[in-house]
Design a protein around this ligand. Structure first.
Ligand code: NAD
Length: 370
């Protein structure tokens, strides 16, 4: 299979972790006989420095011509005091809007060998396997007006929470489809006791649910969902929610498994041009030191193979390699524990690659004996 992948390293550790994921994709290409062509684009603070824009048109053009996008992360103290239109995060919001990346998928999976790194007791975290489906291009972050105002002579500010029924239907339907291929349970999160948008959201959930009779559906208020993610995370399969609730809940859920450095995400578009990125930021405190955990980005690359290219076996090969390396006791600093072997970013990437390529050697031997 021949595919073009646009890589947007971004800022800080984004550069280090995307480099690692590309090496792993190259190992997959070698093992399975694919050809991946990597095109590079600028985004975030680095793009501001080089072009004056957090998302240059040239980057968008490259993305549109490719089959999938791999993003590192954006941001850093250097740009924190920039005017709001020249902040790195504007690049992220713009790419989501321009490419219609309406759905963000965050799988939260328990890694047995990392149980110690979780803030929860092992018995509460073991077996957690949930998927947060967050609406990404509507709601408070995009609604207009969003501005400072003066009302009755008083200084004020307003943001707008706006959704069309169509926007809600798209994301809710996707959640049901995903649940249908998993444990068949959708937890829809809203604030229907207060918000009009949430009341419409519930109506749409009930409507879409009619088409998925095998999927169990429940409505959970967002405050209750925040609590239950900590007290009983195993009860969730697919959690679907609007943009801001999803932003907060997915960050909360991300610490369940121990480290930001382990969690991938996928942002899906209406057109099929999807973007894959780790959930963590640019980690300026450790950037340039070759100690960042590359596994979240490597696992994001696995999601790309599965969701964009339909390469399930190859995706699993990466996931098995990551599990294998963890089982061997290899860790980056953020997930290290007593007795583990602490590796640099590059060494961790090398171990994952070796695991992928070794499996080939093993399977060749196995088939020779068949
Ligand atoms: P962060 O995720 O960058 O870092 C939080 C903490 O986790 C830091 O201590 C960091 O060292 C650690 N960490 C994160 N990823 C790691 C990894 N792969 N390996 C090891 N340790 C890791 O969040 P922050 O510090 O709040 O934000 C830093 C910058 O990143 C800010 O400018 C913020 O706006 C930006 N940010 C960008 C994105 C994105 O690009 N999608 C997401 C979140 C934050």
């Amino acid at each position: 299979m021949d595919k073009v992948i646009t890589v947007l390293p971004g800022d800080g550790i984004g550069k280090e972790v995307t480099k690692g994921a590309i090496e792993v994709l190259e190992a997959i290409a070698e093992r399975y006989g694919h050809s991946f062509q990597f095109e590079y684009g600028l985004i975030g603070g680095t793009a501001i420095d080089e072009t004056g824009s957090p998302l240059p048109d040239e980057t968008l053009e490259k993305c549109r011509k490719s089959d999938a996008i791999l993003l590192g992360s954006v941001g850093g103290p250097k740009w924190d005091k920039n005017p709001s239109h020249l902040r790195p995060e504007v690049g992220l919001l713009k790419i989501r809007k321009e490419l219609n990346l309406y759905a963000n998928l965050r799988p939260i999976t328990f890694f047995k060998s990392l149980a110690e790194a979780s803030p929860l007791k092992p018995e509460n975290i073991e077996g957690v396997d949930l998927l947060i489906v967050r609406e990404l291009t509507g709601g408070l972050y995009f609604g207009k007006p969003s501005e400072r105002q003066t009302r009755d002579g008083k200084e004020a500010a307003v943001d707008t929470l706006f959704y069309t029924r169509e926007e809600m239907t798209k994301i809710i339907r996707l959640a049901f489809e995903l649940a249908n291929n998993r444990r068949k349970k959708v937890s829809s999160v809203d604030k229907a006791n207060v918000l009009e948008t949430s009341k419409l959201w519930r109506e749409v959930v009930e409507e879409v649910a009619q088409d998925f009779p095998e999927v169990e559906v429940e409505h959970v208020l967002v405050d209750n969902a925040a609590m239950q993610l900590i007290t009983n995370p195993r009860r969730f399969d697919v959690v679907v929610t609007e943009n801001m609730f999803g932003d907060i809940l997915s960050d909360e859920a991300s610490v369940l498994t121990g480290s930001l450095g382990m969690l991938p995400s996928a942002s899906l578009s209406y057109t099929g041009l999807n973007l894959y990125e780790p959930i963590h930021g640019s980690a300026p405190d450790i950037a340039g030191q070759n100690i960042a955990n590359p596994l979240a980005t490597i696992l994001s690359a696995a999601s790309m193979l599965r969701l964009s290219f339909g390469l399930e076996e190859e995706a699993q090969a990466i996931e098995h390699a990551v599990n294998n390396v963890l089982d061997l006791g290899y860790r980056t600093k953020d997930i290290s524990a007593t007795g583990s072997k602490v590796l640099t970013t590059d060494e961790m990437v090398a171990e994952v690659k070796a695991s992928i390529l070794d499996r080939e050697a093993i399977s060749n031997i196995m088939s020779a004996y068949k």
